[in-house]
Design a protein around this ligand. Structure first.
Ligand SMILES: C[S@@+](CC[C@H](N)C(=O)[O-])C[C@H]1O[C@@H](n2cnc3c(N)ncnc32)[C@H](O)[C@@H]1O
Ligand code: SF4
Ligand code: SF4
Length: 372
């Protein structure tokens, strides 16, 4: 039997490894929520609270092991910064025991010493994804001074360790988030990733929201789900100033994207793709301009799910409040319960949401991500 969300086999589970982060990146909802007082800062959490516990992770895995497709389900550990979780290496070792496909999004600033690197190599997750914004100055403007050097050194060192320990199956990937602060240099991430020996690179268009998008979403959520709460609130954290480009900047982004796409047909030495991969310049223009409209395609509303560090389970996107909690019910029961059915029927009968316009899963090309 496969783990399914109302008959759709689950392909990816995003798990919040921690709510903490050591950085305050200008593009990130986490930093934005803190600034607006909607999320307590790092100093407000006790050492234990706010992290995914090893015990809960073990419970999630025990639930998964009952299903024949558990080895095909990608487990994306994100957050927050996963390497701030004091039990992260214990969690990784446990995943390795069962041959799980673990992908970790990390800012590359928290692996402090040789021992940490050795632990990663030993635990051998499937993939580590690091952010690189293009030039060092763009990166540091977005993520804080010194963080470009830190992430580059981390990737370099990991690359060396991979060779020394013959751990070639650990994949190193770069994620470049295209936004107002790196229009001039986002494409510079390609030669850098080549130099660093990375295995893959993907460009993400910055997800952003302004008051129109937030208000429309709140209204839709209340109308369709009777509630606007929980994960949905992350959309309030993203600063629209980093998503709205002027016409010169939009032209520049479109030209660069087209150029990269033409070159992708030749060879960069590693796969490069865009999420979402918008096919028409007008769509890219709309992404980076004010306004919102409905889309009619989503590659993952029913094949991905998310869990927060407390065990609350959500569909794979910002829409809807929690479907249930894994501490109270088994995962398969949550994914086939009344709340799951309501979510499914809402989408099936009344279509997607305005917010979906700026979601990275809105194009069929996002499917490429599924083939990792
Ligand atoms: C939210 S972070 C969490 C994991 C880790 N702290 C990190 O920075 O990789 C996961 C990824 O989302 C990207 N990201 C942050 N804000 C974004 C936004 N507004 N739109 C698209 N991607 C964003 C980050 O650059 C990072 O690659
Ligand atoms: S992008 Fe990652 S590192 Fe930056 S603030 Fe968000 S969670 Fe932290
Ligand atoms: S496109 Fe919409 S429904 Fe699909 S994952 Fe994104 S926000 Fe959710």
């Amino acid at each position: 039997m496969k783990l399914s969300f109302l008959n759709n086999p689950i392909e990816t589970i995003f798990i919040e490894a921690t709510k903490y982060c050591n950085l305050k990146c200008k593009i990130c909802h986490l930093a934005g929520l803190q600034k607006k007082g909607l999320l307590p800062g790092i100093s407000s959490f006790s050492k234990k609270e706010g992290h995914l516990s090893y015990r809960l992770f073990e419970k999630i895995i025990n639930d998964l092991l009952k299903f024949e497709n558990y080895k095909n389900i990608r487990i994306n550990l994100s957050g927050g910064e996963p390497f701030l979780n004091p039990q992260i290496f214990k969690i990784l070792r446990h995943s390795q025991e069962y041959g799980l496909k673990i992908i970790i999004f990390t800012n590359g600033t928290c692996l402090k010493n040789e021992k940490d690197f050795q632990k990663i190599i030993k635990a051998s997750p499937y993939m580590l994804i690091f952010p690189i914004d293009g030039s060092s100055s763009a990166h540091d403007t977005i993520r804080g001074n010194g963080n470009f050097k830190r992430v580059v050194n981390t990737i370099l060192h990991l690359g060396k360790m991979k060779k020394n320990f013959k751990s070639e199956n650990l994949k190193i990937t770069v994620n470049v988030v295209i936004n107002k602060l790196n229009v001039e240099s986002f494409d510079k991430a390609i030669p850098l990733a080549q130099k660093l020996g990375c295995d893959m690179l993907f460009f993400t268009l910055v997800q952003w929201s302004d008051s129109l998008i937030i208000d429309t979403f709140i209204k839709e959520s209340r109308e369709r789900f009777g509630a606007y709460k929980g994960r949905a609130r992350i959309i309030e954290g993203i600063d629209h100033k980093l998503g709205i480009l002027n016409s010169r900047e939009i032209e520049k982004v479109i030209t660069k994207i087209n150029l990269i796409k033409r070159r992708v047909q030749q060879d960069f030495g590693f796969p490069i793709f865009f999420v979402p991969d918008l096919m028409h310049s007008n769509e890219i223009k709309a992404w980076f301009s004010r306004g919102c409209y409905k889309i009619d395609y989503c590659s993952n509303a029913f094949s991905q799910i998310r869990m927060d560090y407390n065990g609350n389970v959500y569909p794979g996107c910002v829409i809807s409040s929690a479907l249930g909690n894994i501490n109270k019910e088994p995962l398969e029961k949550i994914l086939n319960g009344e709340k799951a059915k309501k979510f499914f029927n809402e989408i099936k009968t009344r279509g997607f949401f305005y917010i979906c316009q700026r979601c990275c899963r809105r194009s069929p090309q996002s499917l490429i991500l599924k083939n990792l």
